[in-house]
Design a protein around this ligand. Sequence first.
Ligand SMILES: [Zn+2]
Length: 423
Amino acid sequence: MTRLTGFSLLFSRTGQSRRGLTTLLRAGLLTLVALCLSPAYSPALADDAEPLLAYGARIAGDDARTRVVIDFDRKPAFSVHYVANPVRVIVDLPETSFGLKPEDLKARGLFSDIRYGGMGAGSSRVVLTATRPVAVALAEVKEDEGGKGFRLVIDAEFVTQDRFSQLLEQQKWSIVATTGKTGRLAEPAANDGSFVIAVDAGHGGIDTGAVGVATKTEEKKVTLAFAEEMTGALNKETGIKAFLTRSKDEFLSLSQRVQIARQHGANLFISIHADTLKQKDIRGATVYTISDKASDHLAANLAERENLSDEIAGVALETEPAEVADILIDLTRRETQAFSVNLARSVVSSFEGRIKLINNPHRYAGFQVLRAPDVPSVLLELGFLSNKDDEKLLLDPKWRSKVSERLVEAVRHYRNGAVGNGG
Ligand SMILES: [Zn+2]
């Protein structure tokens, strides 16, 4: 029943352009989804439109062999593959709602971290991060006695690094065999002269982001509520067309977010976040732009954590995409960078005195989601879910509309300054 699929090969090629890599990523996702949903691959797939329900789970074992069991209301189709650095076992499922208690799948034995959630496009995923190289010795679906439902049983066992490398190598071959028929990316939409703004709700699906210190509210929900409000407010402005990169609770990789903005011909990209810090007293909004060198430790740490988003969801990036050594792209990038800084300054000055800001509110670091070479991009950290006062504001609809109004003002200011510069 186990089938090994994965993205590893897709990312082992260097010298690809960013667009090419993203195309490959999309293709990989499509292939994977197709595999999950293909009746030939799994005749047992419950093809009802309703998502599957995972209503219970257990984990048992030690650091030599660990068993994970998940209870479903119907028979789930599934596929398993591996990702390296760190070692992970990825279980892909059709769309599933997870009615599990956090303690049901508390990491133990060979696994140091377990996450599950939606991946978008009607699929869901369980990511089991292992403490050492592992192999899946058994992966099967069994019917419960009495016909109550079905349980998915995954047995992982400790293997040598050599054996794990072999398993990765084998799954590359299975990708080669299946990547023939893949979807194509849509052509960029023709721009009708509007000023197009991509509003990106940080995190989503399997990647919940930070969690509120008092209410345990997930960052992915906070960011979506703000992104929706901001998009609505921006769309009231003449000549502006704002859109959401995600409009529901789904996972998007960092490069997909960038690519969606570019496909829509976006003039601006604004990513919304509300993270947590170890220093619980720090509060206020921050605007980030991209830079190879971080402005400070706080910015560097935050970018590092944000860039883990793909890893959390089990998206394999074995090699970093090679930067394109092209002087024209380099010039575009530099010009874009200047526009990004202008936008960040506009946001800071429109917030000043009205929305609480952190000290030195414009900071910079190597955020992957801000790397579009041709779309001025900022990451807006609205406040910190680790601070009780900020958390209260972040959950307050009145504050949300106030922030959105200030953002509209910042974009207005930016556009006035950018007239004639094509920004
Ligand atoms: Zn975040």
